[in-house]
Design a binder for this molecule. Sequence first.
Ligand SMILES: [Fe+2]
Length: 389
Amino acid sequence: MSTVTAFQLADILYTGAGALGKTPESLKAAGLKKPLIVTDKGIVKVGLAKRLEDVLSAAGLSYALYDGTVPNPTDDNVGEAFALYAKEGCDCLIGMGGGSSMDTAKGCGVLATSGGTIDAYRGMGLLKARLPYFIAIPTTAGTGSESTCAAVITNTKGDHHWKMVLLDGRLLPDAAVIDPLLMTGLPPFITAATGMDAMTHAIEAYISVAAMEYTDALAIGAIKLIFKYLRRAVANGNDIEAREKMAYAQTMAGIAFSNAGLGLVHSLAHPLSAFYGISHGDANALVLPRVLDFNKIACREKMAEIARAAGLADLGPYPEDTAVEALRRLSADVRIPATITEAAARIGVKIDPKDIGPMSKDALNEVSTPTNPRVPTLADIEALYNLCW
Ligand SMILES: [Fe+2]
């Protein structure tokens, strides 16, 4: 039997080529004067921040800019962004970039209206107030952060780094600007990693124990689009049709998982990023086929739908295995590392199998674990890390 559910997304999605131009209109309509742009140095370097600054200036709006966000953003990023927000007398926020920048902006907004430090708000529904007016502008496709009620911030204050997940409907942006023209410059490896993150969102939302009709429709739609267009977006960044479809797919996947939750893929991926700095997308993509092999006995029919969404003519005697194989093949085609060892070697970090114990404990306690379709034990998670090693 269904339970009563609130289905939420950003108040407005400005979507399509050139949507960036809608940003000032949205701020002015809300009577706002000075946003803090939260972004990273890469977005500044490639000129995307300048495009936003020009749009704001042309509309007569002033702004301040924080560009210190790092991948897997930290509690320090959030504190620094908020210090600048307060010092500059800003009255609203724009998060521009990948999930890291948008999540740092969300964290900054939490400190602006709820006060204290960000670790106090880890968990479900703990904010004291709405954020200041907040616009999210993704430049990857993507994390879906522009359409989610989640923020993930790395805690750097304990004996090891770990990811704090904040879940609260008030983290949803007031407006999201989804403009594929901001995504054409993404290099292939980031297109691949962020695209597989979006795929993981869609799949985990689809097989989540909290899935519902609305989230299923968005999730399976996103899975189809990503199977069809991710390879093209990786092969040619200027393929505007592929970029546009991927932009829509990541937002659909974001809305789906924000309402249905995620699962064990994200639970295992977060410690890999926190311990070793493996990118979120790569961590998800390399864990995905192994976790689906583990999950498949709980969700055979939905796994068969995923195989159908891959566009395969022959689903074979075990369509759930065909779905896993189609995902493994997609990851390989877009050159995602296949193992933890390979991912670590690419970024030059040392890994140690002794970390599997603490990483598994963190994974079991992750906020995404309870919506996984198959209930895992600590030993199951350790075995999965060993398989991915
Ligand atoms: Fe993700």
